[in-house]
Design a protein around this ligand. Structure first.
Ligand code: FRU
Length: 485
């Protein structure tokens, strides 16, 4: 028996209809990024390719752009570019998930998709919700088509987690090795350090605690959310979203972070050893809780939430007034090259390029306008030479500046509170910028670094200007809309 009644669903449909009317009129509605059909979106979930079709799910509060109790929305695609909005996939229908179908992942095996997610329960009363008052159950669901469920059951009950942890244990991600299945979970220890737990299974249906995949570290925060673990180009990668890191000069500038360790795994013991320090995945204002999957051609693809919770109103998203909030980044392909993680936009997105402009320019001096505009478009800029202090001004009041090995991004009023972020890059060779109605993603030096941010420029404020000294080659494409009204 579902906890959600017919009246609940009818009420929801009505609220969604009203929100949709507002969204359709919003010029900040994104043209080629995944956003919620209505209301609120956060983490990508359950991403997979099954029998040729890409399935993407995400945390979704259909009736409220300011958040609430999450469901899983569902989108499908044949090409990773054009997506169809499907019916809501999971909703808080059972007592073990009554306060939210939280984040989780998909594991394709033979003719089935196995989903694992966190059933969130928040009891009412005088609880602190860290040590008590909350349950986070690990739930298994099986589907033969990605749309309907054959089975849905709790496989790890909240009370069965090891005793060193608070109530915060969540976001399962599965991998298979040597005929066994493993599940990584993010956790907050009772002594307020983050840690990653490992469970093991012979059949995906029963699970036992196996140990710790990544131990607490002094300067790595109090909670690690949304873990991921995979092999890539002969190395292993552990990726997660830690909370509670201290800000450093050019690192960890947002309220919460996302990053990774590259290392080696002893697969007999399932022991991971990092080889390098923790690195951030994205240096912009809006990036969190990403998830990867391997597609049928063997590519490791990552989607991130182009947003962040708990920004303490330092910055906001004015689309809340238009019935929706947040979006996902473009999907990115990950590789490890010369020991470094590269992130590149999927080449599939070239199919929506329209008119092309090409410019070769020797920029020298003040504000050079180059007959370029940039709104729903893609800019690929190669720097044959660039001097310190070089600036690109784009959209309403965004400035990308290169100075002495630091790339910075500054927004004025169009940033809705977003001010200044930096990344240390040493030299500037290339920028690949994806601009949508209300977003900017900047891939730096062929995917060595990325900065993703939401921006809210007034309509028509879309000129591109250069300032400083540089020798440039620019390709710019208008991009076709992929969303259907
Ligand atoms: C990350 C997160 C996850 C959780 C989900 C709930 O943004 O907090 O840890 O499962 O969001 O929406």
């Amino acid at each position: 028996m579902s906890l959600l009644t017919k009246a609940y669903w009818e009420g929801l449909k009505n609220k969604q209809r009203k929100l949709k009317e507002k969204i359709q009129k919003d010029h900040w509605r994104l043209h080629y990024h995944q956003m919620p059909a209505t209301g609120w979106l956060n983490d990508p979930n359950g991403a997979c390719q099954f029998k040729g079709t890409y399935h993407l799910y995400h945390q979704y509060v259909p009736e409220n752009p300011e958040g609430g109790i999450p469901h899983w929305a569902h989108k499908t695609s044949k090409d990773m570019v054009h997506f169809t909005e499907e019916e809501i996939f999971l909703s808080p229908e059972h007592s073990y998930e009554k306060d939210g179908v939280y984040s989780g992942s998909a594991f394709v095996k033979d003719d089935e998709i196995h989903y694992f997610y966190t059933g969130n329960v928040k009891n009412s009363g005088g609880y602190d919700y860290i040590f008590n008052g909350r349950e986070q159950n690990t739930v298994h669901a099986v589907s033969k088509d990605g749309f309907s469920l054959e089975l849905q059951e709790v496989v790890i009950k909240h009370e069965d987690y090891p005793k060193e942890y608070t109530d915060h244990i969540r976001d399962p991600k599965i991998f298979a090795k040597n005929g066994l299945y493993y599940m990584v979970l993010g956790a907050r220890r009772k002594d307020h350090y983050g840690e990653l737990l490992l469970y093991r299974s012979k059949d995906l249906y029963t699970w036992e605690f196996h140990g710790i995949l990544l131990e607490k570290k002094e300067d790595m925060g109090y909670m690690w959310e949304c873990p991921d673990f995979f092999d890539l180009n002969g190395k292993s990668v552990v990726l997660f979203s830690p909370q509670g890191l201290n800000k450093k000069l050019h690192q960890f500038q947002n309220v919460y972070q996302t990053g990774f360790y590259i290392g080696e795994t002893d697969w007999d013991k399932i022991e991971f050893q990092p080889e390098a320090s923790f690195k951030e995945l994205d240096y912009g204002f809006d990036f969190y809780a990403p998830q990867t999957f391997e597609d049928e051609s063997g590519r490791r693809i990552l989607w991130g939430w182009m947003g962040l919770g708990d920004t303490n109103a330092e910055y906001v998203n004015p689309t809340v007034n238009h019935g929706w909030q947040h979006a996902l980044t473009l999907p990115r392909e990950l590789t490890i090259e010369q020991g470094c993680l590269k992130q590149r936009p999927l080449p599939e997105y070239q199919m929506i390029r329209k008119e092309e402009n090409r410019i070769e320019a020797n920029i020298s001096g003040e504000y050079r306008n180059v007959e370029l505009t940039c709104e729903v478009s893609e800019l690929l800029i190669y720097f044959d030479e660039v001097e310190d202090g070089f600036e690109i001004h784009l959209r309403q009041d965004t400035v990308i500046r290169y100075d002495k090995g630091i790339l910075s991004i500054t927004h004025g009023v169009s940033g809705a509170g977003r001010s200044f972020r930096t990344v240390k890059i040493d030299k500037l060779e290339q920028l690949h910028i994806f601009s949508d109605t209300s977003s900017l993603e900047i891939f730096i030096n062929d995917g060595d670094y990325v900065m993703s941010s939401r921006v809210y420029p007034d309509k028509g404020k879309n000129q591109v200007r250069f300032r400083g000294h540089a020798q440039l080659r620019v390709n710019k494409w208008e991009i076709a809309k992929t969303v259907i009204d």
